[in-house]
Design a protein around this ligand. Structure first.
Ligand SMILES: [Ca+2]
Ligand SMILES: [Ca+2]
Length: 417
């Protein structure tokens, strides 16, 4: 927001000054987050501690002592690439190189993708999901709607509900099924198996992200894709910036552990890392700086600053623009509220091993009629209304290739990168 909040200033007093200077205009009145995390189930498991993948998709892993760090277990048989749907001949199509895989982040506004919750919302999501055809999607706001927190009969939607929905919207070939893992209103869903799942980081923050290693087919990524799906605390630039900062600090402490042998989690060197989700940056930018640069604020609790990428550099904020070459990058908008459109959603990745060959935020309201028809979309599909005032959040899309994977160099860059 200001030059100095974007800087790598690390001292407490400068950070505290940022809080004092946060203007009222940075705040917005979106609904509060649930005080109690609504844990969701998974096809893997939802134990409070990270565990090995489900036996149904893994060749009998040896029992792992609780003190041992999580490690990748080879999947047998290895997953095979699932071809994307028929191309639409629009900007939505992914580059044709075999190594490409598509990652999407989407805050869908409290369970609105389910027909039982919102018939119209579910129809919109179905069109968007089929058009984007992600390999991996990180959803936020799946669980128990906080507006129903006082209703004991309110349903808590789960990762398994998401998996069943995606099985209907996008049946996979050969009888394969979608995989999903959920934690604290975040769900990671994938065409490929998930393992090394965790619903928390350590040291813990107040509500952990959903974490999983996607077992990509070898042709796409020899070491899988480690996904951290976070929904940072909503709203109120001054009051809640410290809570968002703790979430960022905690995620980076977990990545530091993942890159070092021992502790709670060990990733193979060069594993692609993606941090995505709704970062809710309505105040200062430091929670984002922390996630890209490893610039930890509470070093007493979460350890020293470090360079989070495998080559001892920063991670990269993909910053997708609307419909690839649009001039806008906001991801949240509601013209019924007094707040400007904001860039609240992010896909951050380890650029040392991953290349973003195409990226965009989908804004159906800015597409031509012919594009919408070719892609099977309708004008207001990314909006909560049918007049283009309340968007809530846009879906963000990044097509990745692993550097060095066959086809990466030949991937048509198109307009995307
Ligand atoms: Ca470790
Ligand atoms: Ca880097």
């Amino acid at each position: 927001m200001t030059a100095f909040t974007r800087s790598r200033a690390r001292s407490w007093h400068i950070w505290a000054a940022c809080l004092l200077l946060t203007p009222v205009a940075c705040e917005r009145n979106a609904p509060p987050q649930p005080a109690t995390p609504a844990a969701t189930s998974a096809d893997a498991q939802s134990s409070p501690t990270a565990t090995a993948p489900p036996a149904s998709v893994v060749a009998a892993p040896p029992a792992v002592a609780s003190a041992a760090p999580q490690v990748r277990v080879p999947v047998a048989p290895p997953p095979v690439p699932i071809p994307p749907r028929e191309p639409t001949r629009t900007f939505l199509d992914r580059p044709e190189a075999a190594g490409v895989f598509r990652v999407v982040s989407y805050n869908i506004k409290w369970n609105s993708i389910f027909p039982a919750v919102s018939k119209e919302g579910a129809e919109k999501f179905a069109r968007v999901f089929r058009a984007l055809d992600p390999d991996v999607i990180g959803l936020q706001e799946i669980g128990r709607n906080p507006s129903e927190r006082d209703n004991p009969a309110a349903r808590t939607w789960t990762a398994d509900d998401v998996r069943q929905l995606l099985d209907q919207l996008r049946p996979l070939p050969g009888g394969a099924r979608w995989h999903a893992y959920g934690a604290n209103s975040n769900v990671i869903a994938s065409k490929y198996p998930l393992q090394m799942t965790s619903d928390r980081v350590r040291p813990p923050d107040e509500r952990g992200p959903a974490i999983a290693l996607v077992d990509l087919p070898t042709a796409k990524g020899p070491r899988g894709l480690y996904v951290i799906n976070t929904h940072h605390k909503c709203c109120d630039g001054t009051k809640n910036d410290p809570r968002r900062q703790v979430q960022s600090d905690a995620i980076m402490a977990w990545i530091r552990d993942a890159r070092q042998t021992g502790g709670e989690v060990d990733l193979e060197d060069g594993t692609g890392i993606v941090i995505l989700g709704d970062f809710n940056l309505v105040g200062g930018q430091q929670p984002l700086v922390t996630l890209t640069d490893g610039d930890i604020v509470d070093e007493q609790r979460f350890g020293a600053d470090f360079e989070p990428d495998w080559d001892e550099t920063s991670l990269t904020d993909a910053k997708p623009m609307h419909n690839i070459d649009g001039s806008e990058s906001w991801t949240w908008r509601d013209d019924n509220q007094p707040f400007e459109p904001g860039r609240l959603d992010f896909i951050v990745y380890s650029d040392s091993v991953l290349e973003a060959v195409k990226k965009f935020g989908l804004n159906t309201t800015a597409m031509a009629d012919e594009e919408l028809e070719a892609a099977g979309l309708q004008r207001w599909d990314v909006c909560k209304d049918d007049i283009g005032r309340e968007y809530d959040h846009l879906p963000l899309v990044v097509d990745f290739v692993y550097r060095g994977v066959a086809g990466a160099a030949e991937a048509p860059g198109e307009e995307g990168d």
